[in-house]
Design a protein around this ligand. Structure first.
Ligand code: PGA
Length: 249
């Protein structure tokens, strides 16, 4: 695990964008795993800037998003389809045919999950997966207790995640209770992963993920087993890490 602690959220975002741009320049048909949430917004903003000002080319990129709420149509403003379109896809030259976001309205969710895994395999596997982390240590919607070998499937959201995400909905009751999510095993199959975290509210989860024991109760701790994981955090999210990380950044 390479741990990089940056001074600010902006610095964290730019560092992550540098890695994504580097991999994309080396492999124009990169298979990119994408995340939603507030944390990767700065990264997406920087990628958009690089596309507009430096010609960073996404035309051959294939993307797979980590997760989607069940029961929200793609047109719903809180769906992850909508999030990705608004915050990244509509601003870059990505080919819509190469974009994959789990379908939260699929008739047969189990069959959809199998298909999603097959599409990843057909694309050659994910080259670089972007991840956020929940305050409870979740990655994607793999909540504490998720099987460390899990694949794409339906998951029930925990009360903590529902509370954390309620800020995006008019009422807490509107937050969906279920989601489709890549599994921890799916994420571990990515050739490289970048975990991003910002703010003091993530400091405990970051410490547990990086320095704690590997446990299903902190799904992000499984990344310690990944061969190429980069953890990029701002100073607040990294504030509980051990002294050995003081010189990073
Ligand atoms: P956030 O969510 O980026 O909005 O904090 C991250 C997550 O819950 O995985």
């Amino acid at each position: 695990m390479l741990v990089i602690v940056k001074e600010t959220y902006d610095d964290m975002s730019k560092e992550a964008a540098k890695v994504v741009a580097d991999r994309l320049r080396k492999k124009p048909n990169l298979v990119l795993g994408l995340a939603t949430g507030s944390t990767p917004l700065g990264l997406y903003k920087e990628l958009i800037r690089m596309h507009k000002e430096e010609g960073l080319d996404f035309s051959k990129v294939t993307t797979f998003n980590l997760d989607e709420y069940i029961g929200l149509p793609p047109s719903h403003d809180q769906s992850y389809h909508c999030f990705m379109h608004e915050n990244l896809f509509k601003h870059i030259n990505i080919d819509a045919r190469f974009v994959h976001v789990p379908h939260g309205m699929a008739d047969d969710i189990d069959a959809f999950c199998v298909w999603y895994e097959e599409e990843m395999k057909k694309a050659g596997g994910i080259d670089l997966q972007i991840l956020g982390i929940g305050a409870n240590g979740h990655i994607a919607f793999n909540e504490p207790g998720s099987s460390l070998g899990s694949r794409t499937r339906i998951k029930t959201l925990t009360k903590k995640t529902i509370d954390d995400n309620a800020r995006f909905f008019a009422k807490k009751e509107e937050v969906p209770r279920f989601a489709i999510t890549m599994g921890i095993g799916t994420i571990m199959d990515a050739k490289e992963v970048i975990l991003l975290a910002s703010k003091a509210s993530k400091a405990e989860a970051v410490k547990a993920a990086v320095e704690g024991p590997i446990t299903a109760m902190v799904p992000a701790s499984m990344l310690q087993m990944h061969r190429k994981a980069i953890v990029i955090v701002d100073k607040d999210a990294g504030s509980k890490l051990g002294a050995e990380f003081e010189n990073y950044g």
